[in-house]
Design a protein around this ligand. Structure first.
Ligand SMILES: [Zn+2]
Length: 185
């Protein structure tokens, strides 16, 4: 759970108490009534195909050996498909088009809901905004998936194309990092 401490409405302290069957943080002021529901946040993710291969990327804050998809939050009023196209442009420098919504996946570890799209990217990969440390191509018949989060979208899209991807054995350094990730976002 997010450990925020103060009510965003009246700035009184938040206190934990059971509401609708779950322990939640709620405002301590009797006349306020604010509840911090901590609902999962939607995040778009892109399985990007470029020059016939998939593109995986390593965020600049991730350890070597860990990689994933381009992801991002939606701007106010933005359609999810527009958001993933924008993120691919900002992070990879590619002009992309969405072909399909792969699926919607809960991601409890980060309190997110992932909306995963397949896109075709055009142009040269340039990493314009510096959020990614590296991006690289993997042949579709060699791609592995990490069994959680956006990896399930990689698995499901490859299966939909007739491939038989295998789960990826994560390096020990990545496992350790995932077990105790630094504060992010
Ligand atoms: Zn309050």
């Amino acid at each position: 759970m997010d450990r925020r401490r103060f009510c965003p409405v009246c700035a009184s302290a938040l206190v934990a108490r059971p509401i609708a069957g779950i322990e939640r943080l709620a405002c301590s002021a009797p006349d306020c009534g604010h509840v911090f529901w901590d609902n999962p946040i939607p995040v778009v993710a892109g399985v990007v195909e470029h020059e016939g291969q998939l593109v995986f990327a390593r965020n600049a804050r991730w350890p070597k050996g860990m990689y994933g998809l381009v992801t991002g939050f939606l701007e106010p009023g933005e359609e999810p498909a527009e958001a993933v196209i924008r993120e691919v442009a900002e992070e990879l420098g590619l002009v992309a088009e969405v072909t399909t919504l792969i699926g919607v996946y809960g991601f409890a570890r980060k309190n997110q809901v992932l909306l995963a799209y397949h896109l075709i990217g055009h142009g040269e990969i340039t990493l314009p905004d510096g959020e990614l440390a590296e991006a690289f191509h993997v042949a579709k018949n060699k791609a592995e998936y990490w069994p959680g989060g956006t990896g399930l979208a990689v698995r499901d899209w490859l299966r939909s194309q007739g491939y038989d991807p295998q789960p990826r054995e994560l390096p020990e350094t990545v496992k350790a990092w995932l077990a105790a990730p630094p504060d992010m976002d």
